[in-house]
Design a protein around this ligand. Structure first.
Ligand SMILES: Cc1cc2nc3c(=O)[nH]c(=O)nc-3n(C[C@H](O)[C@H](O)[C@H](O)COP(=O)(O)O)c2cc1C
Length: 158
């Protein structure tokens, strides 16, 4: 069965809400999904999953420091995440507040790990984005992100 970790950081709850929605989308495909706050996640745990989806608030157009620390700690097992499927989501304060650059900062780290990242020709090409708490559109894009990652995990990892 496809095993997916959703790891997020959230100071005021918006990214946490998104994490649950992404999980719903992945679970609908039958995947086994674990949702964890970054504060409860050891970098070593990343190795145990076929798919890893990271959610961060947009902080100065980048992922937040605790998530960057998680990636920095993952250098201890560099090469071992190769071929896993990645995805990213963010909540920002404003439209054009750096949400896409935040998602790309996460995807960059994943690509450096040799992970596989799929965009979409539909809404939110790089990953799911929300302004503040997810509205109806963001609810949909979060669920679709979870579904997309889970389906690709199934294709690649059976
Ligand atoms: C340190 C800090 C930096 C931020 N930087 C940005 C930013 O660059 N652009 C933006 O639109 N919002 C920015 N925000 C607002 C947050 O991204 C926004 O409130 C988000 O919804 C918080 O998500 P959370 O509820 O999961 O913590 C920043 C907030 C903080 C605390």
């Amino acid at each position: 069965m496809a095993r997916i970790l959703i790891v997020y950081q959230s100071a005021t709850g918006h990214t946490a809400q998104m994490a649950q929605l992404v999980a719903e989308g992945a679970e609908e495909t039958g995947a086994e999904v674990v949702v964890k706050g970054v504060e409860d996640t050891a970098a070593e745990e990343l190795k145990a999953y076929d798919g890893i989806i990271v959610g961060s608030p947009t902080y100065y157009g980048l992922m937040s420091a605790p998530l960057k620390k998680l990636f920095d700690e993952s250098v201890a097992f560099h090469h071992e995440l190769t071929g896993k499927v990645g995805g990213a989501f963010t909540s920002a304060g404003n439209i054009g507040g750096g949400n896409e650059t935040t998602i790309l900062s996460i995807l960059q780290a994943m690509l450096i790990h040799g992970m596989v990242v799929q965009g979409t020709s539909g809404r939110n090409h790089y990953g799911a984005a929300s302004v503040g708490s997810p509205d109806d559109t963001a609810v949909e894009t979060c669920r679709k992100l979870g579904e997309r990652v889970a389906k690709l995990v199934k294709k690649l990892h059976g």
